[in-house]
Design a protein around this ligand. Structure first.
Ligand code: AGP
Length: 609
C-alpha cells in the first residue's frame, strides 16, 4: 500500500524523504513523489513508476530544503500516472498533502469544490484534501485540518505541508497507520517504522483522530478534543539491518532462512522445555470464558487465513470448541452470528489489513471477545483487540509472507494447547509430547532449508509449467492452499489447491498428460487415502511430485519425484512441508525472472478494502 514520510530538521530533506520511501517500497507502489519547502514556496516533484525515477530527477536538479513530505502511491482511485501521484497541492501550491487510505465522500466534496471554482488535475480521491484545506485555511493550518476532519469520511493517514507555516509538518490518522519519529533537532512522520530507523528509535504510534504538529525541536500531539497529550514514546528494539537483505539475493529468501530463529523466538517465554503449561501474557481468557464461548471464529486474509485454517483444526482437536474460519472480506458482509458468547481471533501479519480490521470492529461491536495474532506491535488490530499474541517474527519485507505464516502457526499451537489444558481435553502427557515436538522444530526447519538443491533443480526443469496443482488431505490440504498461493503470487504460474478427496468431484478434469501435481502426504492416518488420489491423477498422465515424511518412501515407485521431510508428529509436519513449498515457489519465481520481493499488482500491507 501507499507509504508516507515527513521530515523537519537540519538535514537535506530530499535525502531523508527518498531514503524513507525506499524503506517503504516493500508495501508496494506504482508512483512516488515529494514536496519540500524551498526559498519561500513549495516545490512538488512526482512521477509514475519506480522511486528511482524520482531519485534521478532530484539528483539532476537538487532542491535545498530541510522540511518536506514524501509518498509512494499504490493506485486505487485513478490509474498510476504522474498526475495521480502524491503529493497533491491546491491551485497555487501553497498547501501540499500526502494521503494513505480512501476518502469515501470525495465525489460529493469534489463536486462541491468544483462549483466553487476549484480545478482538479487528477482522478484521485486525495486531491480533494488539498483544495478543501485551501478553502478552510484562515491563517492556522491545525485549525483548518481539524475543520476538514469533521467533513471528510473514510480512512486516512495524512502529512501536510503549508507554505505560510514552513516551520512545521502536520499529521493525522484514522484507520491507517501513522507514526512519529522523535529525533534531536529533527522530527519525522511515517507510515511504518523502517522509514525512520536510520535516524531515531524513539517512536510514537498515533491514535485515530489525533493531530501531530512536528517542528524541528518539538512534537505536539492533540487528542480528538484538541487537548495536548503527553506522547507515550516507544523504543524500537530491532535493528535497521533486520529490515535489510543481509547478503541474501532477496528478502523472501532471507526471511525463509530466518524461520528457525523466528520460530524459536515465538516460543520463547511462552512454551518451556520443562513446564507443562503455556504462558500467554496478553491473553486473559480464562476457563470460565472458554466455557461461555459457544463458537470461535478465526478471521483473516490470504496467508493469514491459511494459518487460521490450521488454527481451526488444532483448537477443535485439543480444546473441543467449535471453530469457523472465515475470509475477512466475506465475514464482514455476511451478517455472522456473533455475540458475547463468541471468541473472534483475527490473524494479521501487518495488523493493518482493512478487511481484517473491519471484521474485528464488527465482532467487537457485537460484544464478542477479540484476540489478535499479529506481528506488529501497536498496529491497529493489536490496539483494537482485547487480547493479543505477537508472532515476534521481526519485520517481514517480502510481499510473499513466509516467516510470518510459520510463526502464526506457532501461535496457533500455543493457543490451542493453552485452551486444551484449560478445557482439560488435552492431557498433560499429550501436552508434553507436543511441546517436545515444537522444541525440535527449529532444528528440523534448519535441516529442510539446508537441503533445498533438489527443489531448485525441480523449479529449473519445470519453470515453463503453465498450471500446477497441489493436493493433500487434512492439514496437508491447508498447506497445499498456502503453497499454491505462494507459487501464484510470485511466479505468476496458474495454480490451484484441491482437497485430494475432492479431485473426482471436478478438478481431476484439468489433469492431462504431463500436468504437474504436487502431492503432500505428511499425515499418517490419511496417507493411503492420498496415495489413492495420486494413483488417480497418475493414470490421467499427471507428473506427480510428492512430499512425505521419512519411513514413507514406499511410495517412491508410485510417483515421479519424491522429497522426504524429517520425521515429525503429524500435527507439526505442516511447518516443515510449507517451508519446502516456500522454497519451491521462490526458485520458480527466480527461474522465471520475476520480481520476487515485489510481485506485480500486490502490496505488502492492504490497508484499503
Ligand atoms: C501473503 O503472501 C500475501 N501477500 C497476502 O495474502 C497476505 O497474507 C494478506 O494480505 C494478509 O495480510 P496480513 O497478514 O498483513 O493481514
Amino acid at each position: 500500500m501507499c507509504g508516507i514520510v515527513g521530515y523537519i530538521g537540519y538535514r537535506q530533506s530530499t535525502d531523508v524523504l527518498l531514503h524513507g520511501l525506499s524503506k517503504l517500497e516493500y508495501r508496494g507502489y506504482d508512483s512516488a513523489g515529494l514536496a519540500v519547502y524551498h526559498q519561500g514556496s513549495i516545490t512538488v516533484r512526482k512521477f509514475k513508476g519506480r522511486l528511482q525515477t524520482l531519485t534521478q530527477d532530484i539528483a539532476n536538479s537538487p532542491i535545498e530544503a530541510t522540511v518536506g513530505i514524501g509518498h509512494t502511491r499504490w493506485a486505487t482511485h485513478g490509474e498510476p500516472s504522474d498526475a495521480n501521484s502524491h503529493p497533491h497541492a491546491n491551485h497555487h501550491a501553497t498547501i501540499a498533502v500526502v494521503h494513505n487510505g480512501i476518502i469515501e465522500n470525495y465525489l460529493e466534496l469534489r463536486e462541491m469544490l468544483m462549483k466553487e471554482g476549484y480545478r482538479f488535475t487528477s482522478q484521485t480521491d486525495s486531491e480533494v484534501l488539498a483544495h478543501l484545506l485551501d478553502k478552510l485555511y484562515e491563517g492556522n493550518l491545525v485549525v483548518a485540518v481539524r475543520k476538514m476532519l469533521k467533513i471528510i469520511k473514510g480512512s486516512y493517514a495524512l502529512a501536510i505541508l503549508c507554505e505560510k507555516e514552513p516551520d512545521k509538518i502536520v499529521g493525522v490518522r484514522k484507520n491507517s497507520p501513522l507514526i512519529v519519529g522523535l529525533g534531536e533537532s529533527e522530527n519525522f512522520l511515517a507510515s511504518d517504522i523502517p522509514a525512520i530507523l536510520n535516524y531515531t528509535r524513539n517512536v510514537y504510534l498515533m491514535e485515530n483522530d489525533e493531530i501531530v504538529i512536528c517542528t524541528q525541536d518539538n512534537v505536539t500531539i492533540l487528542d480528538e478534543n484538541d487537548l495536548e497529550k503527553q506522547p507515550d514514546i516507544f523504543k524500537v528494539n530491532w535493528d535497521a539491518q533486520d529490515a535489510e537483505k543481509g547478503g541474501y539475493e532477496h528478502f523472501m529468501l532471507k526471511e525463509i532462512h530466518e524461520q528457525p530463529e523466528s520460530i524459536r523466538k515465538t516460543m520463547l517465554s511462552r512454551i518451556f522445555e520443562e513446564k507443562d503449561y503455556v504462558v500467554l501474557d496478553d491473553v486473559k481468557i480464562t476457563k470460565e470464558d472458554l466455557d461461555r464461548f459457544q463458537k470461535v471464529y478465526i478471521v483473516a486474509c490470504g496467508t493469514a487465513y491459511h494459518a487460521g485454517l490450521v488454527g481451526k483444526y488444532l483448537i477443535e482437536k485439543y480444546a473441543r470448541i467449535p471453530v469457523e474460519c472465515d475470509i475477512a472480506s466475506e465475514f464482514r458482509y455476511r451478517n455472522p452470528l456473533v455475540d458475547k458468547c463468541t471468541l473472534c481471533i483475527v490473524i494479521s501479519q501487518s495488523g493493518e489489513t482493512a478487511d481484517s480490521l473491519a471484521a474485528l470492529e464488527l465482532a467487537k461491536a457485537q460484544s464478542a471477545r477479540v484476540l489478535a495474532v499479529t506481528n506488529v506491535q501497536g498496529s491497529s488490530i493489536a490496539r483494537a483487540a482485547h487480547d493479543v499474541i505477537y508472532t515476534w517474527a521481526g519485520p517481514e519485507i517480502a510481499v510473499a509472507s513466509t516467516k510470518a505464516y510459520t510463526t502464526q502457526l506457532l501461535c496457533m499451537y500455543a493457543l490451542s494447547m493453552h485452551f486444551g489444558l484449560l478445557t482439560q481435553h488435552l492431557s498433560k502427557q499429550q501436552y508434553a509430547a507436543l511441546r517436545d515436538e515444537l522444541f525440535d522444530l527449529p532444528r528440523l526447519v534448519q535441516q529442510v532449508i539446508a537441503t533445498d538443491e533438489g527443489l531448485h533443480a525441480l523449479a529449473k526443469r519445470r519453470k515453463n509449467a503453465e498450471d500446477i496443482y497441489f493436493i493433500g488431505r487434512g492439514l496437508d490440504y491447508y498447506v497445499s492452499l498456502e503453497g499454491s498461493l505462494k507459487l501464484k503470487e510470485i511466479s505468476y504460474i496458474h495454480s490451484e489447491a484441491a482437497a485430494a478427496g475432492e479431485l473426482k468431484h471436478g478438478p481431476i478434469a484439468l489433469i492431462d498428460q504431463g500436468t504437474l501435481v504436487i502431492a503432500l502426504l505428511t499425515q499418517d492416518e490419511l496417507f493411503n487415502k492420498t496415495l489413492s488420489n495420486i494413483k488417480e491423477v497418475k493414470s490421467r498422465g499427471a507428473y506427480v511430485v510428492a512430499f512425505c515424511k521419512e519411513n514413507a518412501e514406499i511410495i517412491r515407485k508410485e510417483v515421479d519425484e519424491l522429497f522426504v521431510i524429517p520425521k515429525a508428529a503429524d500435527d507439526v509436519a505442516p511447518v516443515l512441508a510449507v517451508i519446502c513449498l516456500q522454497l519451491l515457489s521462490y526458485y520458480f519465481a527466480c527461474e522465471r525472472g520475476c520480481d520476487v520481493d515485489k510481485p506485480r499488482n500486490l502490496a505488502k500491507s492492504v490497508t484499503v478494502e
